[in-house]
Design a protein around this ligand. Structure first.
Ligand SMILES: [Fe+2]
Ligand SMILES: [Fe+2]
Length: 309
């Protein structure tokens, strides 16, 4: 077992909550429904489409659907490495606390189910939307790259993602009355199971943090910065692809300036969704402050600055 004592009670609470909310993709979430293409998918708080004042109401709806399709695909992407990382973390409990082991096995099982849910949503989106959309990154290639980083950095990134999942749902998706009903339900059910994941991320991250020497932690901070850079690289490519798809499937042509503003607006929204909004979550900031030195915190802040708009 590791240097830290396992808090069995907290793992047990996660198992109990996980049992209580457990849902089925078809019976509870999809219920033979289709995505309503007359309504937006991703709400304004995440899509930031309001800044593109030259778009018509119909174009805004369509751009929110393009972004919303990518939002679902991005979760399908990151949950591959999150699930594998949690299976890897479970190793330290194999011959130890069986409650902690069960909690992490349930976590991984839920992420496998979520990946299937997001594949189903992609198929439903493809059914109704114009042809030509492509989600370029592949889950296994990204997972292979991410999992080469130190465990501390991967757990930090995981905790960040699972915290912003909560915040996005509670602050933006839940209160938006106008978005497609099935789309909101997907993220409501997802949020319910993710609530336990955040607690487990924090427990595993703290356990890993306690194992590290100051020198290893310093290297792990660099790994985290590199991981954020790798995510940003994916966002740049996907924002370009999505802006292109949106503009080319739109009935009216956009001017060069308008097309450039759409591309910049989509990249800004993606950086907000997948990097900046999570880094601003007070619970994440505090955990990071507790684990790192002021010099390390400054390094992280400096790396994030160019991504903030
Ligand atoms: Fe998930
Ligand atoms: Fe999760």
């Amino acid at each position: 077992m590791s240097l830290t004592t396992v808090n069995t009670e907290r793992y047990a609470q996660c198992i109990a909550a996980s049992r209580r909310v457990r849902w089925d993709i078809d019976r509870d979430v999809i219920r033979a429904r289709r995505l309503d293409l007359s309504k937006p998918f991703l709400p304004e708080g995440l899509s930031r489409i309001g800044r593109l004042e030259f778009l018509t109401p119909t174009e805004r709806v369509r751009l929110s659907q393009v972004q919303g399709r990518t939002y679902a695909n991005m979760f399908g992407l990151v949950e591959r490495f999150i699930g594998i990382q949690m299976l890897s973390c479970s190793r330290r409990h194999w011959f130890g606390d069986q409650v902690a082991l069960e909690a992490l096995v349930r976590f991984s099982d839920e992420e496998l189910k979520h990946q299937e849910l997001f594949r189903r949503i992609e198929r439903l989106a493809a059914d109704g939307m114009a042809p030509g959309y492509a989600f370029a990154p592949t889950a296994n290639a990204v997972a292979s790259q991410v999992l080469e980083a130190s465990t501390w950095a991967v757990l930090a990134l995981t905790c960040h993602i699972e915290l912003f999942t909560q915040v996005h749902y509670r602050q933006s998706i839940e209160p938006s009355a106008d978005i497609a009903e099935l789309y909101r339900d997907v993220f409501r059910y997802h949020w319910q199971e993710e609530s336990q994941h955040v607690i487990l991320d924090e427990l595993e991250w703290a356990c890993e943090n306690a194992r590290l020497t100051p020198r290893a932690r310093d290297a792990a901070v660099d790994d985290l910065i590199a991981l954020v850079g790798a995510i940003d690289h994916i966002l740049q490519q996907q924002a370009t692809a999505d802006a292109h798809y949106f503009a080319h499937s739109n009935p009216r042509a956009f001017s060069t300036t308008e097309a450039e503003r759409i591309a910049a607006g989509v990249l800004d929204a993606y950086r907000w969704q997948y990097i900046v909004s999570g880094m601003q979550v007070p619970r994440f900031r505090q955990t990071l402050i507790d684990m790192t030195t002021p010099a390390q915190q400054q390094r992280i802040q400096a790396a994030l600055l160019p991504l903030t708009n």
